[in-house]
Write a protein that binds this ligand. Structure first.
Ligand code: B1M
Length: 215
């Protein structure tokens, strides 16, 4: 089956095959979100499991990550095109010390698909860089991603930084990433937590309703 083949090629680390099969699946009428979730994300979950079980090593994981990006190339413009009027503006980044960006990029794609304008600051984003971007772009939503237990604590530092810089009025903060939980999000005073990219986009849309009724 097409989507399983995408997953298998991703786990095998074959960017050419992943991109070709993704394009084929689109031509055959598979919805982009289904290809993303049941092909690409499903494959990356297998990579994560194999990595945890020492069945895959970093160089192989990196090649699979490249294959994931190759598969995302034909999907991204279509997911983006689903949004009509920007429903809000989001500044997004992976926190300081952390270079994982696959999940954060997916969140960005889903936000764009939901109708948000997304300013992606990339990875290893310092508090100062977040603050400068908030002052420049005045986002409705600030999204932070962390994949390491050692870097998720930076989210707390950032929340305190935003608060003392007076930047939390009129802006909602969402956090997410594998080690991040709803409990942690609440503890640090974030406004929302997204378990995955689809949930994050749905919650972002809800946050926009809160912002509109508050102002
Ligand atoms: Co790293 N890594 N890694 N890694 N890596 C993990 C995260 C790890 C769990 C693997 C393991 O040990 N089992 C482990 C973290 C352990 C921990 O702290 N709990 C780990 C480690 C230890 C490391 C290094 C420290 C290894 C080393 O060098 N000794 C190192 C750190 C580098 C650094 O950041 N400073 C490192 C490096 C790397 C690579 C560079 C090789 C590569 C990253 C490539 C890249 O991102 N461009 C990599 C990868 C690929 C992984 C795994 C295998 C896969 C991560 C991924 O892309 N998942 C990962 C194991 C795993 O997760 N099972 C692992 C797929 C992605 C779709 O899911 O990112 O969870 P995820 O995103 C989801 C949700 O979390 C959520 O939505 C996304 C989509 O549904 N989400 C949000 C994410 N951000 C969100 C933000 C939101 C809302 C939702 O709101 C704003």
């Amino acid at each position: 089956m097409q989507l399983e083949e995408i997953s298998r090629s991703l786990v095998r680390g074959d960017p050419g095959a992943v991109e070709k099969l993704t394009r084929q699946a689109l031509d055959e009428g598979f919805p982009p979100r289904v290809i993303l979730e049941e092909g690409l994300i499903a494959g990356m979950s297998v990579v994560g499991m194999k990595f945890r079980n020492n069945e895959m090593y970093f160089p192989e994981v990196l090649v699979s990550a490249r294959a994931m990006k190759a598969g995302m190339a034909p999907l991204e413009p279509i997911l983006k095109a689903c949004g009509i009027e920007p429903m809000g503006r989001c500044v997004l980044g992976t926190v300081k010390g952390d270079i994982h960006d696959i999940g954060k990029n997916l969140v960005g794609i889903m936000f764009k698909g939901t109708g948000f304008e997304v300013i992606d600051l990339g990875v290893n984003v310092t508090l100062d860089k977040f603050i400068a971007a908030i002052r420049t772009h005045r986002p409705d939503i600030l999204g932070m991603s962390a994949l390491l237990t050692t870097t998720m604590v930076q989210m707390k530092v950032n929340m305190e930084g935003f608060r003392s810089a007076g930047l939390l009025d009129g802006m909602k903060v969402m956090v997410g990433g594998a080690p991040v939980t709803l409990k942690f999000a609440e503890e640090i005073g974030a406004h929302a937590y997204g378990k995955d990219a689809a949930e994050a986009a749905g919650k972002a849309a809800e946050l926009m309703k809160d912002l509109k009724t508050a102002f």
